[in-house]
Design a protein around this ligand. Structure first.
Ligand code: C2E
Ligand code: CA
Ligand code: CA
Ligand code: CA
Length: 278
């Protein structure tokens, strides 16, 4: 029994070891993908105005086509990039790509996800202003999507950062709203422009009794604070109708469009113009 115990222990250790090795390998492959600008792509998901039903914005979502493993989800490799510090160069690459495309889509807001680590990195604002200048766009065209994560450590520092980004003209959206600890209290202290209600609150609309009441309360609260409200993960007509009734300003989800490459976005935008003419 004793030796079996030892054996099991060794087996456990070995599997831990290979798990760590896999992640290390993936991290070094991510570093190479970045260095050689291979396999990383930025796709865009349209954001729809509830009233006009037109595309008013695009959220940039990163994709990684791995040479052997196929598409790897950002839900997997963004945390890995955060653990290894690669999020800094990756984040810069993402901003640069998104700003270049923003120049080509001057009528639209381009939303970019910014990791807390990236946001708090030294010279982030200087880097951002440099990238905006290089791309030849105005900060007003960019919406930075941040999460509560940035607000956890040093609240004063986070508040100063958010204020300073606002002063320079960037829009700020609080992403995944409602999933954290104390979203409501944060909201009163961080001057964002937009709340993005997490998909977790959109999914139960029309299925669960109080779901509509919760969404309505968030929309009313946000509007009372002069914020605009985006719902993410809208998949069904029922959800759509509930969100229209609740007064939600912008909608995003598979019911409308998935994230897609820039060429396909261009085709969508061109089709919208044709619609207008008829
Ligand atoms: P997120 O910022 O909350 O992005 C929304 C996610 O929901 C995206 O997944 C999007 O494709 C997906 N989605 C959109 N509409 C629907 C829908 O109707 N139904 C369902 N089931 N899903 C929908 P994605 O692209 O896999 O990204 C996952 C997460 O990875 C993002 O969540 C974000 O936290 C992170 N991420 C993605 N791109 C970036 C990036 O460029 N930078 C950083 N820092 N994080 C990113
Ligand atoms: Ca987002
Ligand atoms: Ca989100
Ligand atoms: Ca989410």
């Amino acid at each position: 029994a004793k030796s079996r115990g030892r054996g099991q222990f060794c087996l456990y250790e070995a599997s831990m070891d290979s798990e760590v090795k896999n992640r290390q390998l993936l991290a070094s492959e991510l570093r190479e993908a970045l260095e050689h600008n291979q396999g990383l792509m930025l796709w865009y998901q349209p954001i729809i105005c509830t009233h006009s039903e037109k595309i008013v914005g695009l959220e940039a979502l990163v994709r990684w086509q791995h040479p052997q493993q196929g598409m790897i989800s950002p839900a997997t490799f963004i945390p890995l990039a955060e653990e290894t510090g690669l999020i800094i160069p990756l984040g810069e690459w993402i901003l640069k790509q998104a700003f270049t495309m923003a120049k080509r889509w001057p009528q639209l807001i381009v939303a970019v996800n910014v990791s807390p680590l990236q946001l708090r990195s030294r010279n982030f604002i200087e880097q951002l202003m440099q990238l905006v200048a290089n791309a030849g766009i105005a900060p007003q065209q960019i919406e930075l999507e941040i999460t509560e994560g940035i607000l956890i450590d040093d609240e004063h520092e986070a508040n100063a950062l958010v204020c300073s980004l606002r002063e320079r003209g960037f829009h700020l959206a609080l992403d995944d709203f409602g999933t954290g600890y104390s979203s409501l209290s944060y909201l009163s202290r961080f001057p964002v422009n937009t709340i993005k209600i997490d998909r977790a609150f959109i999914q139960p609309l029309g299925l669960v009794d109080n779901a509509t009441a919760i969404v309505r309360a968030v929309v009313d609260l946000g509007h009372a604070m002069h914020l605009s409200i985006t719902a993410e993960g809208v998949e069904t007509r029922e959800q759509y109708q509930a969100l229209v009734a609740a007064g939600c300003d912008r909608l995003q989800g598979y019911l409308f469009h998935r994230a897609q490459p820039p060429e396909e976005i261009n085709a969508l935008l061109a089709a919208e113009i044709v619609d207008d003419d008829s």
